[in-house]
Design a protein around this ligand. Structure first.
Ligand code: SAH
Length: 354
């Protein structure tokens, strides 16, 4: 057996399916298998000759992952657990909106960034997801929701699940190219948000790579001493560097930067923090997305109360910082990234111990 990992059909771009013509199959087969792969069909569901099925299945999985669990929240949010072909588990979230439906996908199995409030990083990084696995997260849900390539059930994608997208740069950018293929799911990159903890080289590279996604930067504190603790990545890339890179991204792409700011009781949510946040982001065309902490049971961090939230947003408003509070979705279904996977793995472990 080859040591190369077996690819799935979702790893191939439309162009790459032309290998079928080179092998002597009629020219329409390439397009047919390409479309079937984007509809997330299994080989059994494909209307192709059995010798071709056999040949393809020796080289490629028909699907890069399998949905093994769906949890539905009261607000219409759905949480998906996916099993990758090597047995690893990742999660995604489907969020219905009036302007279209959004899926939040994972970019890595686990994460090595070590943020103090986040469930995804508790057990470190296992591995990067491939482009075909990320595309599979989107295609699987599109198909399950009854979407097709012409009438998509998913129009927006956010890279805000487990993992740090810019720590998996090649796969993530190739995934973005597959996602936006005209004859594929054809999701406009303007409808894609990529969230990063602030990997400065990655932000600059993305700006130069001409992939017009919305860049979202997780800030969570305007003070380096505090951000060092909440987000250890800050020791390598301090706030001033991150803001400079964000400015560069805006200059290159013309796209407004979004800062994410999770309010955590007693850590980053005083009016003085809001004032400093205004100072740090001054002069940058940006918007601040405030998030209420989704407490993770392994960590002793708490949400802020209403009054604290109001004092914080009043300060931002007074100083002219554009901001909104992100509607917290899926709280009743382990909404915070990584929580559902951790719970699933714990349950697996318990049943194995029995
Ligand atoms: N690695 C990327 C994507 C992470 S998830 C990044 O750091 O941006 C998307 C957002 O959710 C980030 O802003 C992240 O800091 C935030 N987040 C993670 N865990 C959270 C929690 N328990 N409660 C609230 N926000 C959380």
């Amino acid at each position: 057996m080859s040591l190369e990992k077996k690819l799935s059909l979702q790893d191939l771009s439309e162009k790459e399916f032309s290998f079928l013509a080179e092998r002597g199959y009629p020219s329409f087969r390439a397009g047919q298998v390409f479309l079937a792969s984007r509809q997330f069909r299994s080989y059994a569901e494909m209307n192709i000759p059995s010798d071709l099925k056999k040949e393809l299945s020796e080289e490629f999985y028909d699907r890069s992952l399998t949905v093994i669990k769906v949890l539905t929240g009261k607000d219409g949010t759905e949480k998906y657990l996916y099993r990758l072909n090597d047995g690893n588990i990742v999660e995604g979230v489907f969020m219905p909106h009036n302007y279209g439906n959004t899926i939040c996908i994972s970019t890595q199995v686990g994460c090595r960034m070590g943020c103090a409030f986040c469930a995804s990083t508790l057990n470190g990084l296992v591995r990067n997801l491939t482009k075909g696995e990320m595309l599979g997260e989107v295609l699987a849900v599109n198909a399950l929701k009854g979407g097709s390539l012409k009438k998509r059930a998913i129009t927006n994608v956010v890279l805000m699940g487990s993992g740090e997208p810019l720590d998996n740069y090649e796969n993530v950018t190739e995934f973005l190219r597959l996602l936006s293929e005209k004859n594929g799911l054809n999701v406009s990159l303007r409808n894609v948000s990529l969230s990063t903890c602030g990997l400065v080289e990655g932000i600059r590279r993305l700006a130069d790579d001409d992939l017009p996604v919305t860049l979202t930067v997780s800030l969570h504190s305007p003070y380096d001493e505090k951000r060092d603790v909440l987000m250890p990545v800050n020791r390598k890339y301090p706030i001033a560097e991150v803001v400079k890179a964000a400015k560069y991204y805006f200059e290159k792409t013309g796209r407004r930067i979004i800062f994410e700011y999770t309010l955590i009781k007693g850590e980053n949510s005083s009016p003085a923090d809001a004032e400093k946040l205004a100072a740090v982001t001054r002069g940058l065309n940006c918007h601040v997305n405030l998030i209420m902490l989704n407490p993770v049971k392994e960590r002793n961090l708490k949400r802020v109360d209403k009054d604290t939230l109001k004092a914080f947003t009043d300060t931002l408003n007074r100083l002219g910082v554009s901001n909104t509070l992100r509607r917290s979705m899926g709280n009743d279904i382990e909404g915070a990234c990584g929580q559902l996977r951790n719970k699933y793995l714990e349950e697996q472990q318990k049943s194995e111990d029995k």
